[in-house]
Design a protein around this ligand. Structure first.
Ligand code: B12
Length: 428
């Protein structure tokens, strides 16, 4: 007993003190401006545009959209429940994917709703079925891959967990194995986001003790992902990159860590995020929705017991001021697709400030170039180029020549004059 006391004393000594990841308050005007960017999207209620992540982000933030928010949730419910639970024989493509269903369940929880009703039970069963299929796709020997991704796998476990719904040990076991053997998460190429999502799911499972037989493995895997994320901090301060930092911080903020300089790393990440915010890096609504909770010291794990009465500042819509200035400057962007025969390479002229999507449109209008997209929660996702559709585990990667992958999609990225953009078909 005496020895144990000495050990506990040593562990608690200043050198080994547990550090917390604290994000000091940022200017409330800055948060308001971010929240305001979500408002116009909340008027878009078509299935293509409805985005449960917006609702989750707002509910965990320090700002609110009043009645608009309630109406948005109502529209989400109509849309998701009709598509998932309706008996109509509508197009299968219209059905939400596993990850979208998981986000929808997070949205319900963000409104303090529990999946206890008949409809709720059906959603839970559907999400469990999705996970079961994914588990089978990974296979007994862990050699296969989920049809979606480990990101969506983690997100779905998290969504069930915040509703206190238990998934089978074998389902959790696949995510644990992926973390324990790292390579699967690396193949997702954006490993910080995926690791952070897995970590949020593990944190929820650890707190809720839904899989007691896996307790030790969960605790260890959690430590592994947190350390991995800390190691991925760049010299500017981002964990991975600017867009993976919000989820990384959500995870790091959930609990203290011993033996690492967590506090300092988080302060550095906050400074880097603030600098990126000033540079206008956060325009995409999904990215804003992942960041808003962090600025309010919250994470998706807080949805285990959300505070639905917490006061939040009302967002005022911004009045559109019509800009009188006519953009007359034009820029030249070279678009190249080397992986098709014959290879495509053309110089395209567009007005300054155009998006990459505008460049693709112009190239298509000029002839000799073709592309196709699919809508997603992040905006248009490029799925085909020159008639070449992506195969299983392939994607059209966007790069700035010679070899820098873009950090934004075709709708958000604005090329500069003289830039060469390459579209490259790659496996992931
Ligand atoms: C998995 C993933 C991928 C997979 C998607 C395939 C699959 N079957 O899952 C792969 C590896 C192919 C991929 C590709 C890209 N990705 Co990605 N991806 C993710 C990740 C980890 C999870 C997405 C997800 O499942 N969301 C949950 C589900 C419910 O939402 P969803 O909308 O239904 O999901 C679909 C879309 O998100 C789409 N998708 C995935 N990435 C991207 C990126 C953009 C810009 C768009 C429009 C769509 C899109 O694929 C999902 C599955 O179908 C996120 C991380 C994050 N923080 O969100 C990054 C993330 C969204 N990706 C990102 C980027 C930059 C890209 C690329 C543009 C990289 C590049 N230079 O080419 C390309 C997309 C190019 C294109 N063709 O349009 C950034 C976006 C940042 C931003 N500001 O917009 C993120 C945030 C990662 C990061 N930290 O940098 N990605």
């Amino acid at each position: 007993m005496g020895r144990l006391m000495v050990l506990l004393f040593l562990l608690g000594s200043p050198g080994a003190l547990a550090e917390i990841c604290e994000i000091p308050n940022v200017d409330s005007k800055l948060v308001e401006r971010l929240g305001q960017r979500l408002l116009p999207w909340m008027d878009q209620l078509s299935q293509e545009h409805l985005n449960p992540s917006i609702y989750v982000g707002l509910r965990l933030s320090s700002v609110q959209a009043g009645d608009k928010e309630a109406f948005y949730l109502h529209s989400l419910k109509l849309n998701y429940q009709q598509n998932l639970l309706g008996n109509d024989h509508s197009d299968r493509e219209a059905k939400p994917t596993m990850g979208q269903l998981a986000l929808y369940m997070l949205a319900l929880r963000a409104n303090c709703e529990l999946a206890r009703s008949h409809k709720g039970d059906k959603l839970v069963s559907q999400l469990k079925r999705f996970l079961e299929d994914e588990k089978n796709a990974i296979g007994h020997n862990h050699k296969g891959h989920p049809h979606t991704s480990y990101y969506q796998y983690g997100l779905s476990i998290l969504a069930l967990c915040v509703h206190q719904k238990r998934v089978h040990d074998r389902v959790v076991g696949k995510l644990l194995h992926a973390v324990e053997h790292d390579r699967h998460l690396h193949q997702d190429h954006l490993s910080v986001d995926t690791a952070a999502m897995a970590g949020l799911a593990f944190t929820c499972l650890e707190r809720s003790n839904l899989n007691p037989d896996l307790r030790n493995r969960i605790t260890l895997a959690l430590r592994t992902v947190r350390e991995k994320i800390l190691k991925a901090q760049t010299s500017e301060g981002h964990f991975g990159n600017v867009y993976s930092s919000p989820l990384a911080l959500q995870l790091l903020m959930t609990s203290p860590m011993r033996g690492v300089q967590l506090g300092k790393a988080c302060l550095k990440a906050r400074a880097a995020l603030l600098a990126s915010l000033q540079d206008g890096a956060f325009q995409n609504v999904l990215m804003i929705s992942q960041l808003l909770p962090v600025l309010n010291h919250k994470s998706y794990v807080d949805l285990i017991s959300p505070d639905c009465l917490a006061p939040r500042a009302m967002l005022e819509p911004v009045m559109e001021t019509l800009s009188q200035t006519q953009v007359s400057e034009v820029i030249r962007v070279t678009l190249k697709v080397p992986s098709v025969l014959p290879p495509y390479r053309h110089s395209i002229t567009v007005p300054a400030g155009s998006s990459l999507e505008d460049v693709l449109k112009k190239a298509q209008e000029l002839g000799g170039f073709m592309y196709g997209t699919q809508s997603s929660l992040l905006g248009p996702y490029l799925t085909s180029v020159m008639g070449k559709e992506v195969g299983k585990r392939e994607f059209w990667q966007l790069l700035r020549a010679p070899d820098t992958p873009l950090l934004q999609g075709i709708a958000d990225y604005t090329p500069k004059n003289g830039e060469t953009i390459e579209l490259r078909l790659v496996s992931w």
